[in-house]
Design a protein around this ligand. Structure first.
Ligand SMILES: [Zn+2]
Ligand SMILES: [Zn+2]
Ligand SMILES: [Zn+2]
Length: 369
């Protein structure tokens, strides 16, 4: 589900390059030259169908036998055109092949860059659609695991089964996020694991939601994404651990480590984006749990002493601790009961006021015999 730029070479240019390479087979060369207009027509048919997500509706040729497919060109000749005059390394058309392969920049568009493309695959398999055997927009750089040609028999025959066409499909598949993940924690304290799943935006047409699922399942992305994320998790947990050891809050871990990784993901449905989002949610839950747990702290009035010489601290009632001291205004406790008198006029400590400063009371408490 990575978007690729349309191939540089047109179908017509590609056919011309192929014809240049047909040197020892005059009858094939003549047939190809005579069929140029027909190639243009099937190329147009492909483009129209791709633009409206109706590639599944193009009739495939019968598997058995060697039917005539375009003009006088037989299926076997169109397959030969691909193998011998397009893909073969010494032929002029090979530059078209290489240009398409290089356009993927080492990232397979079907699996979102998990695999590196080593060759071109036919989006509509050439055995079933030989008329598109050298059509550039039907040729997609693909990794070994995604291998479309290997899936030859499973080409889509209905709208909701069509996988995503990397050159021409609806922008929503490339821009919107529809692959997400959950982080499932292990009970034994070991690193957890990621469960990837498809969750397209509500507003998408039903058929596109099904297509996203078909693509995700067809390329086994739940498993392949989870494997990549598991490899990365050890590193991320190590980073989180060192931040925790440096006494950084979860909110800091989220904003410094997790959020930037979500924002800088290479594209909306990259495995790394889902992974960091899942971790972000996981740490948000931990953070909320921590915030809702009452925090027990030393009493700020008696500074943990619990009492002032001979009476209990008015805030903590002798416990020395309080719950969540953020709510407490310590300025309400500037003056405390004099421990030596009950406001007797001749008390030297409080001059008969019955009150002394909190600091003084604390000092007396600490120095008491
Ligand atoms: Zn791939
Ligand atoms: Zn107290
Ligand atoms: Zn006094």
């Amino acid at each position: 589900m990575m978007l690729l730029d349309e191939p540089l070479y047109t179908f017509e240019q590609t056919i011309d390059e192929c014809i240049l390479g047909v040197t020892g087979n005059d009858s094939l060369r003549k047939k190809l030259i005579a069929s140029k207009g027909d190639f243009s027509n099937v190329g147009m048919q492909y483009r129209c169908a791709a633009d409206t997500a109706e590639l599944y509706a193009i009739q495939s040729v019968s598997v058995g036998g060697d039917p005539i497919v375009i003009n006088a060109l037989k299926k076997s000749e169109l397959l030969k055109l691909y193998e011998q005059y397009f893909r073969a390394s010494e032929k002029p058309a090979r530059k078209v092949y290489d240009s398409i392969l290089n356009s993927a920049q080492d990232k397979c568009p079907f699996c979102g860059g998990i695999g590196t493309p080593r060759n071109l695959d036919h989006f509509l398999p050439k055995v079933h659609y030989p008329q598109f055997s050298v059509l550039p927009s039907n040729l997609v750089p693909s990794c070994r695991d995604c291998n479309m040609d290997g899936k030859g028999k499973n080409f889509a025959t209905s709208a909701e089964k069509q996988i995503i066409q990397p050159y021409s499909d609806n922008q929503r598949f490339f821009i919107d996020q529809w692959i997400v993940a959950n982080y499932v924690v292990a009970d034994d304290g070991e690193p957890g694991e990621f469960k990837y799943y498809v969750s397209p935006p509500e507003g998408w047409p039903e058929v596109d939601k099904q297509r996203a699922r078909a693509h995700f399942e067809g390329f086994d992305l739940a498993k392949r994404y989870a494997t990549k994320a598991a490899e990365q998790l050890g590193i991320v947990l190590g980073q989180i651990r060192s931040m925790e050891q440096a006494d950084l809050d979860i909110s800091v871990i989220k904003s410094v480590l997790l959020q930037p990784a979500i924002e800088t993901a290479q594209f909306s449905n990259h495995w790394q984006k889902g992974m960091y989002q899942a971790l972000y949610s996981h740490y948000t839950i931990l953070e909320n749990a921590k915030l809702s747990t009452p925090k027990i702290c030393p009493c700020p009035v008696c500074e943990g002493e619990g009492l002032f010489v001979n009476y209990f601290c008015p805030l903590c009632n002798g416990k020395g601790t309080v719950v969540d001291p953020l709510e407490i205004d310590i300025s309400d406790y500037q003056n405390l009961k004099c421990p030596e008198c009950d406001g007797r006029e001749r008390c030297r400590l409080c001059s008969g006021k019955g009150l002394i400063s909190r600091e003084k009371a604390l000092e007396m408490t600490r120095n008491r015999p």
